[in-house]
Design a protein around this ligand. Structure first.
Ligand SMILES: *Cc1c(COP(=O)(O)O)cnc(C)c1O
Length: 235
């Protein structure tokens, strides 16, 4: 592992290579630095090294760090409980983990109270892993239609997917491909509050395969900040 800056430069170069291999430009893939368990100082180092977007999977971590981190776009990428939406509705630019009508309705209600339109992604669990949140590929289209119908303060910007862990990421390529196909189908839905622009797939160990299969937003933590230590206090 290098410094945070070196790691970001390396990932940007890799991102460039994977994108070029499938005829795309490196800057068409947004790098979201996943800063869970990391301190505001570490996050600010990443911002100084060019990071524009950071991702947290817990509401509490967004709230704890928000005031100490330099201006940046915050993404909520982890499972979101409905009773916590109110704490982050005016802090994050996009919620990646919408997988139920109940959650969408709460986001819609809080967005309306703040006079804003919230950008969301639908979290798809293509491998149907019990341990992961997200809805099945079969249910995705209907959830999108229901949200468009009932939640005027939400704009649906795309899909998010977390692939099962595989020693060799080639083994989960199939899931990335399925989600990309679903993305292309859903992008055609004609509605003023549907504006597909983000296919959020790929983490430290599998972002290369994800980009090859069409991801344009990667969520990378470990490869930027190093291994996480969940035993430390406040984490
Ligand atoms: C932690 C996390 C990541 C980043 O994982 P790394 O393996 O550290 O890159 C990406 N997405 C989600 C939803 C996460 O919770």
């Amino acid at each position: 592992m290098g410094t945070i800056r070196e790691n970001i430069e390396r990932i940007n170069a890799e991102k460039e290579q994977f994108a070029a291999a499938c005829g795309r430009k490196g800057d068409s893939v947004l790098l979201v630095a996943v800063s869970k368990t990391r301190t505001p100082e570490e996050i600010n180092q990443a911002i100084d090294a060019g990071i524009t977007d950071i991702g947290e999977n817990k509401v509490q971590e967004v709230m704890d760090k928000f005031d100490s981190v330099k201006p940046v776009r915050w993404h909520l990428i982890g499972h979101l409980q409905t009773n916590k939406v109110k704490y982050i509705i005016d802090k994050v630019c996009m919620i990646h983990s919408v997988d139920s009508m109940k959650l969408a309705q709460e986001i819609d209600k809080r967005a309306q109270q703040h006079g804003l339109t919230m950008d969301i992604l639908i979290q798809v669990n293509a491998a149907q892993e019990e341990s992961k949140f997200g809805i099945t590929t079969d249910e995705t289209r209907q959830l999108i239609l229901d949200i468009l119908d009932q939640c005027p303060n939400i704009r649906i910007r795309g899909l998010m997917h977390i692939a099962p862990f595989a020693e060799n990421p080639d083994d989960v390529r199939i899931y990335f491909r399925q989600v990309k196909e679903l993305y292309d189908q859903c992008a055609k839905i004609d509605h003023p509050h549907l504006d597909f622009q983000y296919l959020s797939m790929g983490m430290s160990h599998d972002f290369g395969v994800a980009i090859e299969e069409g991801s344009n937003l990667i969520r990378v933590g470990t490869a930027i900040f190093g291994e996480r230590d969940y035993s430390k206090k406040n984490q």
